[in-house]
Design a protein around this ligand. Structure first.
Ligand code: PGA
Length: 250
């Protein structure tokens, strides 16, 4: 049985004082959950989040990183830097980064390798646009993104990769994929992983759903056969709301 992993993606929101307030309110609400809880916060909040989440069940992630370890890359942050302050997770290839910051399948693959080389656990995003979906290309797009993202990884690394299936048309739009649709897309992703790496590996990979996850739809999504939790944007900014998503079974 795969565990459920529920990660908040704060995007470019929250100041350090808001981060501290959030964790103080959120921690008691999720302390008894059996699910894995991650907050992916802006770089400027990492230090505060790591401090205030210390000795709790809340894990901390970043939202991006560079694939090189160091060097003349003004404005960038490396996996080694994130690891050095105690970060455990990193989102890689979010659709906003693919769309606005020229992230490609190739850079995504390099970043995943750099994350593993520095003992960070990647949360890798894949997803189709509305146009691609309407053109009947969704499965091809997401399975190809998955294949390219994982290229050259060992079985063990693939097992430890979290994939977030986020249909782009569902992000921040209030439109959620139906649980059936999302589950079917995730099954296709798992099938592709099985084709390349075998059933043993594919059965271990955590595949989340993301795109307008809220407390009102979390249970329906997370109790399907293949959705192993969620990557949550907007609804992860409010401690009560996000705690209800984490505690979706209650
Ligand atoms: P949303 O964002 O929950 O606000 O739709 C999800 C994401 O982009 O990770």
């Amino acid at each position: 049985m795969r565990r459920k992993v529920i990660a908040g993606n704060w995007k470019m929101n929250m100041l350090p004082n808001e981060t501290i307030e959030f964790i103080e309110k959120f921690e008691p609400l999720v302390k008894d959950t059996e699910n894995e809880v991650i907050l992916c916060v802006p770089y400027t909040d990492l230090f505060y989040a790591l401090n205030f989440a210390q000795n709790t069940n809340i894990k901390i992630g970043a939202q991006n990183m560079h694939f090189e370890e160091s060097g003349a890359y003004t404005g960038e942050v490396s996996a080694k830097m994130l690891k050095s302050i105690g970060v455990e997770y990193v989102i890689i290839g979010h659709s906003e980064r693919r769309q606005y910051f020229n992230e490609t399948d190739k850079t995504v693959n390099k970043k995943i390798k750099a994350a593993f080389a520095n003992e960070l656990k990647p949360i890798v995003c894949v997803g189709e646009t509305l146009e691609e979906r309407e053109g009947g290309k969704a499965v091809e797009i997401i399975t190809n993104q998955t294949k390219l993202a994982l290229e050259g990884l060992t079985d063990e690394q693939v097992k430890n990769t979290i994939i977030a299936y986020e249909p782009i048309w569902a992000i921040g739009t209030g439109k959620t994929a139906t649980s059936e649709d999302a589950n079917n897309s995730i099954k296709e992703i798992r099938k592709k992983i099985e084709e390349i790496y075998g059933k043993d590996v594919a059965e271990c990979v955590i595949i989340q759903y993301g795109g307008s996850v809220k407390s009102v739809n979390a249970k329906e999504l997370f109790t399907t056969s293949d959705i192993d939790g969620g990557l949550v944007g907007g609804a992860s900014l409010k401690p009560e709301e996000f705690s209800k998503i984490v505690n979706y079974k209650k």
